[in-house]
Design a binder for this molecule. Structure first.
Ligand SMILES: [Zn+2]
Length: 330
């Protein structure tokens, strides 16, 4: 091989390397050098256990799920109110602003990050204030102050001042059919959906530390690092909104799919969708069917209600997720 073609080959190899990475900023003004151990940056629940501020089945003896992390304030004023500003974690756009304290999240902001390796949202809850100049659809650069940390919430148990924190989430949107699905549920007759597609039930988070622990992250690779805990076969000839929104999670012949083989994480994130043809043995007779369960994750799946109390049949959360996911595919 000539020197010239060797150099050309080297250039080709170098340019083919995965250079993609999204710049990430810690979402508060806390000094990152002080955030080495979880106890340094997490705000525990009244239990005082550090892990209760992290992501997962970390509350009420493992019975209650926490879909994000709670970041404690670094500085407070003489009254004990946080002085920490809340910052955009990545370059993105304002998707939703809720200035009212009318739900468990209190005042909250959702940003959308279309330029990440997979378009994800980030959510910032319990804010004392939202930066007044912020407007929906506005472009926001990472590190921009978007609010002030607080303890706003209209949940069952209020957040006391001494437990002020930023509840931070990162994840995916389940479906644009969510509003119709929500309105059709009998238990929602008395409570209208105040937050549209940015209702927490339509957002599926993953562990924020998969992304926040490094200054540059391939967000898609972080998402894919979550293992499959159970699989479901789905029958529908229409393309679910999730499939169109997240093509990076989809394999196979989308246009001719008779259904889908869907792999879920233990906490309910649909991680991979594989198109099924009409003859596939995984295609269910009905609308959907639970196929496989990773037995090593069974107790967590049951606690999360991805499985029923018997640990074998579909649980409430899995059923609800599939209804929402398929709400645009009827
Ligand atoms: Zn929280």
């Amino acid at each position: 091989m000539s020197l010239r073609s060797s150099l050309a080959l080297l250039f080709l190899c170098l340019t083919a390397l995965p250079l993609a990475a999204t710049d990430i900023v810690w979402p508060t003004t806390m000094n990152r050098a002080s955030t080495q151990f979880p106890k340094d940056y997490l705000q525990p629940t009244v239990s005082g256990k550090t892990e209760s501020g992290s992501f997962g089945m970390v509350r009420e003896e493992g019975k209650r799920f926490h879909e994000g992390i709670d970041i404690r304030p670094e500085k407070t004023n003489a009254d004990g109110e946080p002085l920490d500003l809340v910052l955009a974690a990545m370059d993105g756009q304002v998707a939703y602003l809720n200035p009212n304290v009318n739900g468990p999240y209190g005042r909250y902001i959702v940003l959308y990050h279309a330029a990440a390796e997979i378009p994800v949202y980030t959510l910032y809850a319990h804010l004392a204030k939202i930066e007044p100049s912020l407007k929906p659809a506005q472009t926001v650069r990472r590190g921009t102050p978007i609010g002030l940390m607080g303890h706003t919430s209209a949940g069952v148990s209020p957040i006391t001042k001494d437990r002020s924190h930023l509840h931070f989430e990162i994840g995916l949107i389940l479906s644009t059919g969510f509003n119709l699905w929500y309105a059709a549920q009998a238990e929602n007759k008395q409570s209208s959906n105040l937050h549209g597609l940015y209702n927490g039930q339509n957002l599926i988070g993953m562990d924020p530390m998969l992304v926040l622990s490094q200054p540059k992250v391939d967000v898609l690779a972080a998402l894919r690092s979550q293992p499959t805990a159970l699989t479901v076969g789905v029958r529908t000839s229409k393309i679910p909104d999730f499939v169109s929104r997240y093509p990076a999670l989809v394999r196979g012949d989308v246009a001719h799919a008779a259904g889908w083989y869907v792999e879920f994480s233990w906490h309910g994130m649909p991680l991979r969708w594989t198109a099924l043809d009409a003859k596939s043995p995984q295609l269910p007779a009905g609308r959907w069917r639970l196929l496989e369960v990773d037995q090593t994750q069974r107790s967590r799946l049951t606690q999360r209600k991805m499985l029923g109390g018997d640990g074998r049949t579909p649980g409430e959360l899995l059923t609800q997720s599939l209804e929402v996911l398929l709400s645009t595919a009827r």
